[in-house]
Design a protein around this ligand. Structure first.
Ligand code: NAD
Length: 348
C-alpha cells in the first residue's frame, strides 16, 4: 500500500526508521508539510515526492495518510483524508472533541475506510508479555491499578515545544493516550471519573537557541490527578504531570488478588516487567528486553494496519479505543470539581 505522510517534524524520521524494517506491502510515496522547506528536505532525505497538502490528499495512488501534524490539526487532516477516500493513521490524540470523534467515525463508515491512531506501543513485546501475565494465574482477579507519569515538560528537548502547551497538548492529551490505552486494553471501558487539575506555571521558558521563541504562554492544565472507575468496578489512580521538577519512573501497575505486576512504560515498545514475589517479599523481574538498544520504532501501528486491511482482519472494537480514550480525557479535563463522580455517556 502507498503511504503519504503529512507533517514532516520531529517524529517523522522515527516513522521512516520503523517503516524501513517492514519489507512487505508498504511504500512511502510522498510527504507534505505546511512548511514547504520541511517537506522538501524530508522528501530529499528519503527519496520520496514532496507535495502540497492538498495535492497529497488528492493523489490517486496514495492509500493511507499518516497524519503526523500537531494535535490541533489532527481532525482536519484525518477528516479530509477520509473524505478523499484514504485510510488514515493518526498520531495521538485522534481528535480534540467528542463531536470531531463522531464525525471521523461516521466518515470512516460512510467511505468504508479505516482510521487507526497512535499509540501503537501495545504492539511491542513488553505489553504483549505483560498482558499475557495479567490474564494468567499469576496475578489473579484485578482489584486495582495505579498510573503516574511526571516530568517538567518538553521545552528542554523538543525542537518546537509550543503545541504541547496549547489545546490538545498538556500531559493529559500528550501522554495520557499511552497510559489510558494500556489501562483500557487490560480493564475494559472507563465508566466514571473524578479529577482535579491545575496550570502551575503560566509561562514556559525556552532556552534552546535554535527555537525562534523563548517563552510559551501556557493555555492548558499541566498537572492532573484523577480516579478512573472501570466497568468491571476496578478504580485506578491516575497522575499525569508536566509540572514536577524531580521526575520519577513512569508507573503502570495492576494489583490482583494473587499478586501485583509492574508493566513497562507504555510510552515505549519494550521494557522491564516485574511481579511481586510474596515469598521473598520483593519485586522480581520477569521480563527484560532481549536487546538493550531499543529495537522498536514508531510505525508499528501502520504496519499492523496494512496487515489487518490486507487480511480483512480489522478488529472493529479496537477501532473505537482511541475514541474512548478521547472521551475519557475530555471527561478528566472538563471535570466540574464539585466532588461528584462524572458519569461518562459511553458514546464510543
Ligand atoms: N516528538 C515526539 O517525540 C513525539 C513522539 C510521539 C508522538 N508525537 C506526536 O506526533 C505529532 C507530531 O509531533 P512532532 O514532535 O513531530 O511535532 P513537530 O512540530 O516537530 O512537527 C509537526 C509538523 O507538522 C507540520 N504541520 C502543522 N500543521 C500542519 C497542517 N495543518 N498541515 C500540514 N503540516 C502541518 C509542522 O509544520 C511540522 O513540520 C504530535 O501529535 C505529537 O504528539 C511526537
Amino acid at each position: 500500500m502507498n503511504i503519504g505522510i503529512i507533517g514532516c517534524g520531529a517524529i517523522s524520521g522515527q516513522y521512516m526508521i520503523g517503516f524501513s524494517k517492514c519489507k512487505e506491502n508498504l511504500n512511502v510515496l510522498a510527504c507534505a508539510d505546511q512548511d514547504y522547506e520541511k517537506s522538501n528536505s524530508f522528501a530529499k532525505e528519503h527519496k520520496i515526492l514532496s507535495l502540497s497538502v492538498e495535492d497529497l490528499l488528492l493523489h490517486s495512488e496514495i492509500d493511507i495518510v499518516v497524519n503526523l501534524t500537531p494535535p490541533s490539526s489532527h481532525f482536519d487532516i484525518s477528516y479530509k483524508s477520509l473524505r478523499n477516500g484514504k485510510h488514515v493513521f493518526s498520531e495521538k490524540p485522534v481528535a480534540l472533541s467528542t463531536d470531531q470523534g463522531k464525525k471521523l467515525l461516521n466518515q470512516m463508515k460512510l467511505n468504508n475506510l479505516y482510521l487507526y491512531s497512535a499509540p501503537d506501543t501495545f504492539l511491542g513485546p513488553a505489553f504483549i508479555k505483560a498482558k499475557d501475565l495479567v490474564f494468567s494465574e499469576k496475578i489473579g482477579e484485578i482489584i486495582g491499578g495505579s498510573v503516574s507519569f511526571a516530568t517538567h515538560g518538553v521545552e528542554g528537548w523538543h525542537p518546537n515545544p509550543e503545541f504541547y502547551y496549547k489545546k490538545g497538548g498538556g500531559p493529559l492529551y500528550d501522554m495520557g493516550p499511552y497510559y489510558l490505552t494500556a489501562l483500557i486494553k487490560i480493564l475494559g471501558p472507563v465508566v466514571e471519573v473524578i479529577s482535579f487539575s491545575q496550570k502551575t506555571f503560566g509561562n514556559r521558558q525556552v532556552d534552546n537557541p535554535n527555537i525562534k521563541y523563548n517563552n510559551i504562554e501556557v493555555d492548558v492544565d499541566t498537572h492532573y490527578i484523577a480516579l478512573l472507575k472501570f466497568q468491571s468496578g476496578v478504580v485506578v489512580d491516575f497522575q499525569i504531570s508536566f509540572d514536577i521538577w524531580k521526575p520519577y519512573d513512569p508507573k503502570l501497575e495492576f494489583y490482583g488478588k494473587i499478586s501485583s505486576i509492574k508493566f513497562a512504560d507504555p510510552n515505549n515498545y519494550d521494557g522491564e516487567i516485574s511481579i511481586f514475589n510474596k515469598e521473598k517479599y520483593e519485586w522480581e523481574n520477569v521480563y527484560s528486553p532481549p536487546n538493550k538498544d531499543n529495537n522498536y520504532y514508531r510505525g508499528l501501528g501502520v504496519i499492523q494496519m496494512i496487515k489487518d486491511i490486507s487480511e480483512n482482519n480489522v478488529n472493529k472494537n479496537d477501532l473505537l479505543i482511541p475514541f474512548h480514550v478521547l472521551e475519557v480525557m475530555n471527561a478528566i479535563d472538563s471535570y466540574d470539581q464539585e466532588g461528584k463522580w462524572s458519569i461518562l455517556e459511553q458514546q464510543f
